[in-house]
Design a protein around this ligand. Structure first.
Ligand code: ARG
Ligand code: GLU
Length: 733
């Protein structure tokens, strides 16, 4: 009897709590056949795993492109036309904008190939094929190796693996660990470097709702832009050259005009950046109680200062638009993530899970003390992690000139370590960085930020992590006095306060240039700060983190052994993944149900004339009034704008295609809902949703709004529902 009860308890418990819920998981495309195909078909998918990923024939994966290393994009025509988010192309769109010719504000549509705008530095990467190299990578690695021994063994093994690969001159080989180092896959890739801007809607569409609506549903943003890949005459990668020609892809995505309804199968294919699904409770408390609150406060301070200046002046607004959006984005995400983790009792859930883990371990398991050991390491590392985050948020992320100085420090180091030739190797990159840096830089904003953030640094960190030369006493100031004078002094004296004087120094001969840099007071402060942080914080932090990583590798492996009923998927690591789910609304809180589709009517509802986030152009208002929607409406005759799905996505999935049951594009992923931003750490199928722009809104914007019908002509528009008489799947609310 007890046995039976125990059995029932375990089955009920496991099926409810630990079994994967539809929607969860970021799967490797080459393993879909083995792990997911039957489930995908039962959810409504009509194509096969082989249609998604194949090494032998063109498949969906050949249309999926890593965009600029941080976003996803997809090929949507036979002429290399690339679709991605507006916020993914933002830096490029901004770079082509001036007050007189403001692409951000007015949009841009090239009318022929020759009008398409080149973007130095922008890359587009295809995955040619993927191999499992685990056996070779972990050859000779044993359970009782120390972190260092294990790593050096793996490094040697990987060098061996690399040497065996024969790749073409235009290909790259990338080997990545999965499941915290329990598996290794090799990716052979091809990267194109001539990627031109083809079209973008104005911000009043592409960034409608801006920061207020960011991470929030209901959403009304047409977050898309168009680029094109150019190749040499052999269709191979080549640096920008006016003679390059549009790339001919192995596959491109047809676009469905039939859209989706609640319950329809959806799949999102792209390059999710980073998730942490298998952490212990101790790590989650560290995030919610210590690291997120600190990072949120730092960014809030910096954002408020920047915002004040941006509102005063149009040119400043353009200069800082991209930087501001990117700082604000994660600031807001962390706020939502912390709320979600708390509300869903993520820490308690993990503690319960750990109890069950511990309970299931065999008496003599080598993993018995694992969680306890990890807990102790987390206790040790937390103050160091806080100091490390403070350093990188303040010096490297939120204040620009300090970050620039950190790059100059690399130049000085190259000189010291490798002499004039080392210096000369790095110099061209530093010069071009300098030219770009000062385009979007305002000395006053930066100074004010550094001043405010040093105050926070000194008051919120343990003194042993704060360089003595940042303390007021060092300057003979009273504790209540501000560092304002000191920081002003650094900023007014530095030679790196404008592009001309910075370039003058970099034009000097190496010896004199290095001497000038090292004589700069602000440089000295930042260089010393960096050294101080390296020896007093990072060194200790890294040593503990190495041990944590080793234990995490074991813990992840142990979880897979212990929870046999659970289907495991590897954490995101910027490699290509497939996630699938359904079009689905959700209940964010008591008595509220969110419908999964928004319409143009909702865009108009949010309209606030003159507002910087919710203004609309007269053209948009006219088209709405005329109900000029063409072939882009849904069954109700309305124009859909965005929709929700239960696909498990994260940062990096921006620009990923949403694909229907037949392999056609139906939307463009660009965000997640506020209540579900915790999904990187604690996925909850009830409330974690991804947000996509409806493909029909994209087409409508190009066709009707921008009158760029020539671009629609090069795409392939299809009607799968009419053709296959599809019926939508069932939804459980
Ligand atoms: N939250 C989305 C993502 O993580 C969109 C960010 C861009 N939009 C914005 N308003 N900042 O990237
Ligand atoms: N906007 C995100 C990105 O840039 C995608 C949204 C998310 O984090 O899920 O990749």
């Amino acid at each position: 009897m007890r046995r039976i009860i125990q059995f029932l308890f375990i089955t009920i418990f496991t099926f409810n709590t630990y079994a994967l819920r539809a929607g969860e998981g970021m799967w490797l495309p080459q393993l879909l056949k083995l792990l997911n195909e039957s489930e995908m078909k039962s959810m409504g998918m009509k194509i096969s795993a082989e249609d998604i990923y194949s090494v032998n024939k063109g498949s969906l994966k050949d249309a999926i492109v890593h965009f600029g290393g941080g976003c996803t994009s997809e090929v949507i025509s036979g002429n290399g036309l690339l679709l991605t988010n507006h916020h993914c192309g933002y830096g490029q769109i901004q770079a082509h904008s001036t007050v007189e010719n403001n692409l951000l504000k007015d949009g841009f549509w090239a009318t022929s190939y020759k009008d398409e705008l080149p973007n130095p530095g922008l890359t587009a990467t295809f995955i040619d094929y993927i191999d499992d190299v685990t056996a070779d990578a972990l050859q000779g690695v044993t359970e009782n190796m120390s972190a260092t021994e294990r790593q050096s063994r793996i490094d040697k093994n990987l060098a061996m693996v690399r040497s065996k690969y024969k790749i073409e001159s235009y290909q790259n080989l990338m080997i990545r660990p999965f499941f915290d180092g329990n598996q290794y896959f090799a990716f052979v890739t091809t990267t194109f470097t001539d990627v031109r801007l083809v079209g973008t809607p104005p911000e009043s569409i592409g960034k409608y709702g801006s920061d207020t609506d960011n991470w929030v549903w209901p959403r009304h943003t047409g977050d898309f832009s168009l680029f094109r890949i150019y190749a040499d005459k052999n269709n191979k990668p080549a640096d920008y050259n006016p003679n390059n020609v549009p790339y001919t892809p192995k596959h491109f995505l047809p676009i469905s005009l039939d859209g989706v309804e609640e319950g329809d199968f959806t799949m999102v294919f792209g390059f999710p950046g980073r998730t942490n699904q298998y952490l212990p409770a101790a790590a989650i408390s560290q995030i919610t109680d210590v690291l997120n609150p600190a990072k949120i406060a730092i960014r809030e301070t910096a954002l408020n200062i920047t915002d004040k200046y941006m509102r005063k002046d149009e040119a400043t607004k353009i200069k800082y638009a991209s930087k501001y959006a990117s700082i604000a984005n994660y600031w807001k995400k962390w706020v939502g993530e912390s709320l979600g983790l708390k509300k869903s009792n993520a820490v308690q859930k993990k503690l319960d899970y750990e109890k069950e883990f511990q309970h299931r371990l065999p008496i003599n398991s080598p993993y018995k003390t694992l969680l306890n050991d990890m807990g102790q390491l987390y206790a040790q590392i937390t103050p160091l992690a806080l100091a490390n985050d403070y350093y990188s948020e303040v010096v490297l992320r939120n204040v620009d000139l300090t970050n620039y100085m950190a790059s100059l420090k690399r130049l000085v180091a190259a000189y010291k370590n490798n002499g004039v030739s080392g210096y000369n190797d790095l110099l061209p990159r530093i010069k071009s960085m300098t030219l770009n840096f000062f385009k979007n830089y305002d000395h006053n904003i930066d100074e004010e930020k550094l001043e405010a953030l040093i105050e926070m640094y000194v008051s919120n960190l343990d003194t042993k992590f704060v360089p003595p030369f940042l303390q007021k006493e060092h300057f003979g100031l009273q504790t209540h006095e501000s560092m304002s004078y000191v920081v002003k002094n650094w900023y007014s004296k530095t030679q790196f306060n404008n592009v001309a004087s910075a370039m003058t120094i970099l034009e000097k001969d190496p010896d004199s240039a290095v001497a000038s840099i090292q004589n700069d007071d602000l440089f000295k402060v930042i260089a010393d700060w960096s050294d101080f942080n390296a020896s007093n914080v990072s060194a200790h932090y890294n040593a503990i983190q190495k041990d944590i990583d080793l234990l995490q590798a074991k813990y992840t492996k142990a979880q897979m052994e212990v929870f046999k009923e659970k289907r495991f998927y590897p954490d995101a690591n910027s490699t290509m993944r497939v996630t699938y789910g359904q079009v689905k609304g959700y209940i964010p809180r008591d008595a509220v149900y969110y419908e999964p589709v928004t319409y143009l009517d909702g865009v108009i509802e949010k309209y606030v004339p003159g507002d910087y986030e919710f203004d609309l152009s007269p053209r948009m208002l006219e088209l709405y009034k005329a109900k000029d929607y063409g072939q882009y409406t849904d069954k109700t005759g309305k124009l859909p704008v965005c929709f929700l799905g239960s696909n498990h996505t994260t940062g990096g999935n921006s620009g990923s295609p949403a694909i229907d049951a037949h392999g056609n594009l139906i939307g463009l992923n660009f965000d997640r809902v506020w209540e579900g931003t915790m999904s990187d750490i604690n996925y909850d199928a009830d409330i974690c949703r991804n947000i996509m722009v409806d493909a029909r809104f994209i087409l409508w914007t190009i066709d009707k709004y921008a009158q760029a019908g020539h671009l629609i002509k090069e795409m392939k528009l299809v009607h799968p529902k009419k053709r296959f008489k599809d019926t939508p799947g069932k939804v459980k609310k």
